[in-house]
Every structure is written in structure tokens, then in C-alpha cells.
Ligand binder design. Structure first.
Ligand code: TPP
Ligand code: MG
Length: 404
């Protein structure tokens, strides 16, 4: 294989970071093939759960990916069952008025679960508002994750306890934070890998460009994982980008880009495991575009029937990631009825605990608003806190006086 390697001769190779050049040599493929190995979409499992033959996975020649172990696929399936239950429970809690908002990842659970599984505990995950299931798969208590969605002002969990950042609502701020954390880890000599999540619409943001460029120039171990679910609220991808694929955006930064079937747990695990190993080994950042679909509305606040056809949604429901992996595992005799009952019961237990937690009323302390803003509060914040404390004390006095 290696004797056929032809690298760019126009200086492109020299401009590329040594990590990227070394990776292309290692695989015995051209720099161009390394930077954009997935001419097609990588997939390993058909929607009916049958295996796609190795030569048809969509990878570049000489660039085949190993199939994840059965144990790993079974563990992923358990997480998918839990993730689906959490998504549907949260949607119900919103309808019952117990939660303010919930951007569901129903139908995107394969992406959610596999990014968490690909990382080690010491690594970092930077999620968005749609990535609750990924945060839970990272080990964060679901009740803590849902705190902010019920309208409390704090995030509910300590990012440092789980190496999992807050679920960012401003599009792509988290990508810059992810790059910063990767840079800091590098300077400290740690081998941390960072996965930063964003959506298809978010790739139009200026911060997306800055984050990718900085990560590539500094050869940082960041995996930018784009869940292309077809829409940014009501805006379809066709109105968002005319790039041949979102993965193509990587090559302009000197970064490898891959496209993967985002409803194929097997392909996702394989692509992500390889990406994490490459990033940890010093090959620099990677961009992965996972093609999936937002089968529900953006949030409870919008009506998706106004901007898309129900046939489109139905076609994607037929590619459901959970049913696909289940079909594979059942066909292979890897998933028994007893396994399914156990997994469903565990998911039900989590959903019940979530209902109890969200149904319990809270009485927030208004002064808590000033806590956790900065490690060292600014003089202005301290002044505002004192003003509010004074006002609250006077309110209390007035109440006492009135009740006499
Ligand atoms: C900087 C910024 N601009 C606009 C918004 C409003 N907004 C919230 S979600 C969203 C759509 C994002 O779509 P996409 O990146 O595809 O993610 P998805 O919701 O599909 O997961 C927009 C425009 C925002 N949160 N932040
Ligand atoms: Mg989207």
C-alpha cells in the first residue's frame, strides 16, 4: 500500500501539522485521502439491523474500521433504552408543566450514547442543550441534569466532577471552551481528549470557524462531533449550507473529516473509537458529521408541521437507531427477553425518580443567584447581592409587622 502513496507537492503537506502528516503516512494513504477519507457515509448496519459487507462501509481503501465488540454493542443498547425513556419522560414532564423546556434527542440517541462511550473518565465532553442523554451516559445523575430545564438558574451538576461541561445554549460557545480545555491539558502534559458537540445549524456560526482553526493550528486533541439532524429549528440544512457535506468543512482547516450514519451505533462507535485514539496519539483534531434526524419538534415551543412534511419524518422513523441495534442483537442471539426486561425495568426506575424529582416543588433562595458566577465574586456582584439581601430583609420585616 505505502509504495503508492502520493503526497501533495505544492507545499500543502509542509503547511499541515506534523500530527496530520504522520497520520496519513501511518495509514498509507494520501494526505487528501486522510483529510477526507469518507467519500461517502460510513455505515456498517442497514436499517433492518443486517450487517453491511466490509467493502461497502463507505471508507477509503486501506482505511477499514474494526467492528466494535458484542459486549460494547450490548452496553450501548442498554444506554439507548435508557436514553429513549429519558427523552420521552422529559417530553411528558414538559407537557405536564413540570419542566420549562426540553430539546429532545429522540431518534439521535445513538450519537448521544456513543460519544459518551468513546471517552475515558479523564477526558472532557462539551455538550449543547440537545445533549442531555450524552451527559447522562457520562454518568451525571439525570435529576441533576434536568435542574436547569425546569427553570432553576444553576446547571445542577458540577462540570469538574464529571469532566462534562454545562449544556451550552448559545450556539458554539462550547466549541471554543472545548479548544481551550484541550490546549490547557496539552500545556500541562496531560493526554486528555475532548469531544465538542454541535448541530448542523451551528456550523454557520463564526465561533465554529474560530474553534476549528485554532484547534488545527495548535494540533489539539479535539473531536468536533456535528449531529446533522437536518434542521436548525425550522431552517433545513439546504438553506444553511451548500457544502457537499458538513464533513467537507474540515479539510479547509487541515483537519480530517468523516461522515457517518448517525443512526448506526456500530459505525458510530467504530468511527469515534478510532478518532479518540488518533487524537490521543497526537494526530490533532477531527471533524465527524453524523447524519441523523430530529424526529420531534425543535422543542415544545415550535410546531414542526408548519415547515416539514410528515412523510419525511416517517421515513426517518423507519431508520430508528434503537430498533436497528435491537434487530442486530436479536438476530445474532445476543439479546435475550430477560435482558430486555431488565433494561426496561432499570430505565423505568430512572424515569420514576425523574418524575418524583421534577414534581417536588422548590423554593429557591434569591440570593443564590449570585453564587457560582465567578470563582471570586466581583465587587459589583457583592454590592448587588448586599442590595438584594437588604431588600429581602426589609420585605420580611414588613411581613412580620403586617401579621402582628
Ligand atoms: C448564538 C445563538 N444564536 C441563535 C440561537 C437560537 N437558536 C437556538 S437553537 C437554534 C438552532 C440550532 O440548530 P442546530 O445547530 O442544527 O442544532 P439542533 O437544535 O438541531 O440540535 C437557534 C438558531 C442561539 N441559541 N444562540
Ligand atoms: Mg440541527
Amino acid at each position: 500500500m505505502t509504495e503508492n502513496v502520493s503526497h501533495t507537492t505544492d507545499g500543502g503537506a509542509e503547511r499541515t501539522t506534523p500530527g496530520v502528516s504522520e497520520a496519513s503516512h501511518r495509514f498509507g494513504i494520501t494526505l487528501e485521502d486522510y483529510l477526507l477519507p469518507a467519500r461517502g457515509r460510513i455505515s456498517m448496519m442497514a436499517p433492518d439491523g443486517s450487517l453491511i459487507p466490509a467493502g461497502e462501509h463507505g471508507t477509503a481503501p486501506g482505511h477499514e474500521y474494526p467492528r466494535p465488540s458484542n459486549e460494547r454493542l450490548l452496553a450501548a443498547y442498554e444506554q439507548l433504552v435508557l436514553g429513549r425513556r429519558i427523552n420521552d419522560q422529559n417530553a411528558a414532564l414538559v407537557r405536564q408543566g413540570r419542566m420549562a423546556v426540553y430539546p429532545s434527542s429522540h431518534g439521535q440517541e445513538a450519537c448521544q450514547v456513543t460519544v459518551a462511550m468513546a471517552l475515558e473518565k479523564r477526558d472532557w465532553l462539551f455538550p449543547t442543550y440537545r445533549d442531555t442523554v450524552a451527559v447522562i451516559a457520562r454518568g451525571v445523575d439525570p435529576n441533576e441534569v434536568m435542574t436547569s430545564f425546569r427553570g432553576e438558574w444553576h446547571q445542577g451538576y458540577d462540570p469538574h466532577e464529571h469532566n462534562t461541561s454545562v449544556e451550552a445554549t448559545p450556539l458554539t460557545t462550547q466549541l471554543l471552551h472545548a479548544v481551550g480545555v484541550a490546549h490547557a491539558a496539552r500545556l500541562r502534559g496531560e493526554d486528555t481528549v475532548v469531544i465538542a458537540l454541535c448541530g448542523d445549524g451551528a456550523t454557520s456560526e463564526g465561533d465554529f470557524h474560530e474553534a476549528l482553526n485554532f484547534a488545527a493550528v495548535f494540533n489539539l486533541p479535539v473531536i468536533f462531533f456535528v449531529q446533522n439532524n437536518g434542521y436548525a429549528i425550522s431552517v433545513p440544512l439546504s438553506a444553511q449550507s451548500v457544502a457537499p457535506s458538513l464533513a467537507h468543512k474540515a479539510v479547509g482547516y487541515g483537519m480530517a473529516g468523516e461522515r457517518v450514519d448517525g443512526n448506526d451505533t456500530m459505525a458510530l462507535l467504530s468511527v469515534l473509537d478510532r478518532a479518540v485514539a488518533l487524537a490521543r496519539g497526537g494526530s490533532g483534531p477531527l471533524l465527524i458529521e453524523a447524519e441523523t434526524y430530529r424526529v420531534q419538534a425543535h422543542t415544545n415551543a415550535d410546531d414542526d408541521t408548519r415547515y416539514r412534511e410528515s412523510e419525511e419524518v416517517a421515513a426517518w422513523r423507519a431508520k430508528d437507531p434503537l430498533l436497528r441495534l435491537r434487530a442486530y442483537l436479536v438476530n445474532e442471539g445476543l439479546l435475550t427477553e430477560a435482558d430486555e426486561e431488565r433494561m426496561a425495568a432499570k430505565a423505568e426506575e430512572t424515569a420514576a425518580a425523574l418524575r418524583d424529582a421534577m414534581n417536588a416543588d422548590i423554593t429557591p433562595d434569591p440570593l443564590e443567584l449570585f453564587d457560582y458566577v465567578f470563582t471570586e465574586p466581583t465587587p459589583q456582584l457583592l454590592e448587588q447581592r448586599a442590595m438584594l439581601a437588604d431588600e429581602l430583609a426589609r420585605d420580611e420585616e414588613a411581613k412580620q409587622e403586617a401579621s402582628k
